[in-house]
Design a protein around this ligand. Structure first.
Ligand SMILES: Nc1nc2c(ncn2[C@@H]2O[C@H](COP(=O)(O)OP(=O)(O)OP(=O)(O)O)[C@@H](O)[C@H]2O)c(=O)[nH]1
Ligand SMILES: [Mg+2]
Length: 202
């Protein structure tokens, strides 16, 4: 029997494909915020309170009200369609937690590198990391109030990105905006895979 999408009884459809995506970027750029905004389940967070120990190390300029930081990862989930579910892993933003990145990156289809134009250089380590591993990524400029607005091509040039890397604007606090970023990443990753497959002669 051929079930139309809406007529299909719950649980009778094909198993959805699950894809792992990383949400990366520098300290305080909005990674935890984005995973929380977009996740349809209560996001798992591993936040610790910023303490005096971090003074002089954690740069709070622009996010002075920030009181916690991710020490291991954020985890959330979003269903894109009947047959596609994304599992989101937010990385810790500070250098001292780099050791968890390799574990988190394992098996990821791609990554969103969040950028704050007030501290653009903070996303260089993430970009280097994904370029080095050949992981598809997009750069999403999180538009904080009061931050100077740059054209997307200016951001692309400042980050010395390959012209094929999508650069988009977003508001990490808004579900629809974050979802659009994820769809841009999915499309980019699919295109790259197809190009790599063709180059390999498959
Ligand atoms: N105005 C504004 N504030 C934001 C936005 N995104 C995040 N914030 C705020 O910026 C601060 C940093 O957000 P987080 O989501 O904790 O950043 P993070 O990248 O997870 O930080 P670490 O895990 O410590 O690296 C929080 O106080 C957020 O409320 C945004 O788009 N606009
Ligand atoms: Mg965080």
């Amino acid at each position: 029997m051929d079930y139309g999408r809406s007529e299909r009884p719950a649980g009778a459809g094909p198993l959805p494909t699950a894809i792992k995506i990383l949400i990366a970027g520098g300290f305080g750029v909005g990674k935890t915020t984005m995973v929380g905004a977009v996740s349809e389940t209560k996001p798992l967070r591993t936040e610790e309170v910023l303490t005096e120990t971090g003074i002089g190390i954690d740069d709070l300029s622009g996010v002075e009200e920030k009181s916690t930081t991710t020490v291991a990862m954020d985890f959330g989930r979003i269903t894109i369609s009947d047959d596609l579910v994304l599992y989101l892993f937010g990385t810790p933003g500070q250098d001292r937690f780099w050791f968890v990145w390799d574990e988190l990156a394992l098996g990821a289809l791609g990554a969103v590198v969040l950028a704050d134009t007030r501290r653009l250089a903070d996303c260089f380590p993430s970009i280097d990391y994904f370029e080095g591993r050949g992981t598809p990524f997009v750069v999403a400029v999180n538009c904080f109030e009061g931050a100077k607005k740059f054209r997307l091509d200016e951001v692309q040039a400042a980050l010395d990105l390959d012209p094929g890397v999508p650069v988009v604007l977003c508001d990490a606090r808004k579900r629809e905006s974050a979802k659009e970023v994820l769809i841009t990443l999915l499309e980019h990753a699919m295109k790259l895979r197809e190009a790599r497959r063709r180059a390999a002669g498959d």
